[in-house]
Design a protein around this ligand. Sequence first.
Ligand code: ATR
Length: 267
Amino acid sequence: MDVYGLVGNPVGHSRSPPMHEAAYDELGIDARYVTFEPAEPNIADAVAGADALGIAGLNVTVPFKRDVLDLVEPDPLAERIGAVNTIDFSGDTPTGHNTDAGGARRALTSHGVALDGANAVLVGAGGAGRAIAFAIADAGASVAIANRTVETAASLAADVGDAASAHGLDAVPGLLADADVLVNATSVGMGEDASPVPANALHAGLTVMDAVYSPLDTRLLRDARDAGADTVDGAWMLLYQGVEAFERWTGRDAPVDAMNAALRARL
Ligand code: ATR
């Protein structure tokens, strides 16, 4: 039996175990997916211990995504983003990957969004925002990054390169006039009826994706629907980061529908 898992603190409410185990069940893979919650100073021991115990793969979440970068061999994308969310122990040395980026890209493309040549507006430049900014720019879109703290947006835009620009939140309505895609990567709307974007800046022809998944139907997504925009809820990013991790670990196509059903049953 192969053991996979999630390491973070806290991880008690994670939906990753049922999502991954639904994939194992669907494909008849003899594996389990469990959660681990080490105290923060022990993450290096935890990764070395997982390797020594023969654990096949680990997802990594808050607060360890940056620390793990120095504990594994990161791939170029994880290095650029500055965070690892997936460790593969199958080689001689553990390797680190970032499936949050590919997950965000697939969440959009699976909803018919063509990113190559698109104009995207990303609100938020924290951990989630960094991965999304690289995903969007690497797919050929321009990305205007707007953040409450403009300096953080500027530093992310400099890391992403020519496809990115940095703005304050007050620039968002103007930026949206020409935009094809809007992604919220701030925590605004999480557990609250609030939106980071004025409703009257949203319009038909725009696809709006929210990284917030609790609640699933955020104020931003409701405003977007009311404005005639297409919407992609936060469960899709969660799903596709798991799909990309599963595919990296097993080398098989993920049973996306089974994983999606298991995830949504718990949101
Ligand atoms: P995550 O890992 O989920 O991305 P994070 O790294 O703490 O979390 O990032 C949170 C993001 O939400 C940041 O972009 C933050 O803006 P700042 O960089 O200015 O802190 C944004 N954010 C949080 N609360 C906000 C609020 N009330 N209004 C606007 N942006 C907010």
